[in-house]
Design a protein around this ligand. Structure first.
Ligand code: NAD
Length: 269
């Protein structure tokens, strides 16, 4: 059984780093042309390095600068991708940030930045992707489905997170956005799902793994006793985007080494 995304075009947001780069590489390995989105000129070099790895491994794609929280930039990104590649088949809504603060000290700017990128950014990209899926219609030479959207959520779509109210709120909301889109566009054969990572080793959570003390405290939360890697998420994203997953829509899949089994209950409760 082979995961194939041949003849398909995938937009991966925030693909210049961490989980997004892992997803971009996995989708390219499965044969998709990948748009390696990055937020600004500052992340261009990182995006170029990801694309270089993709092309050296025999894959294909481009880098594309776009701040996903800005409507005009998102609309233009989808227009440009469609004019260059004909359509879009897969959207992976991955870009995300943290701006942590104790709740009573959280500024409106910290709140708005996180909601703007993590939630509004996913709304804007999903809206433009679905418009394009519906315009193109089903093309069996590409996929049984009309289009696929994968939201990158988090274990914090169900685990509350003190000191991170903006982040947890954004991820909780993604669950309802994802399920509503799956319900609204199921009859059009558009599949929409979320991947909920646990602790994956990337720059966003460097403080949680960069010292041996921090890593050992983190591992106390993970029954499988290792930190996740971007490839762990990339493999599932490639499967979910493929026709092998054709009956999967409207669901959140946790990739967390068992974190959501609540390890702290293993010896008590
Ligand atoms: P990361 O910091 O390595 O990557 C974040 C990416 O988002 C970067 O490429 C960054 O340039 C991009 N980005 C930020 N603002 C953007 C904007 N306005 N427009 C476009 N791109 C933008 O972090 P990561 O861990 O790879 O995070 C990726 C996603 O995974 C996020 O949604 C995050 O919430 C989620 N996640 C991560 C973990 C983890 O443990 N690392 C766990 C659960 C969920």
């Amino acid at each position: 059984m082979e995961i194939s995304l041949r003849n398909q075009v995938a937009v991966v947001t925030g693909a210049s780093s961490g989980i997004g780069s892992g997803i971009a590489k996995s989708l390219a390995e499965a044969g998709a042309v990948v748009i390696v989105n990055h937020s600004s000129e500052r992340s261009f070099e990182e995006a170029k390095a990801v694309l270089k790895e993709i092309t050296e491994a025999g894959g294909n794609g481009i880098t594309y600068a776009c701040d996903v929280s800005k409507e005009d930039q998102v609309v233009k990104m989808f227009q440009d991708v469609v004019s260059q590649f004909g359509t879009v088949d897969i959207l992976v809504n991955n870009a995300g940030v943290q701006k942590d603060a104790k709740f009573t000290e959280m500024t409106l700017d910290q709140w708005n930045t996180v909601i703007g990128i993590n939630l509004t950014g996913q709304f804007l990209c999903a809206r433009e992707a679905i418009k394009e899926f519906l315009r193109r219609g089903i093309d069996p030479s590409r996929s049984i489905a009309c289009g696929k959207i994968i939201h990158i959520s988090s274990v914090h779509e169900i685990i509350p997170w003190a000191g991170h109210a903006n982040y947890a709120a954004s991820k909780g909301a993604i669950r309802m956005l994802m399920q509503t889109l799956a319900q609204e566009y199921g009859a059009d054969k558009i599949r929409v799902n979320s991947i909920c990572p646990g602790a994956i080793q990337t720059p966003i959570n460097k403080d949680a793994w960069s010292t041996s003390e921090a890593l050992s405290s983190l591992l106390n939360l993970i029954p499988y006793n290792r930190i996740g890697q971007p490839k762990d998420i990339g493999s599932l994203a490639a499967f979910l985007a493929s026709d092998l997953a054709d009956y999967i829509t409207g669901t959140s899949i946790f990739v967390d080494g068992g974190m959501t089994t609540f390890e702290s209950f293993s010896t008590g409760g």
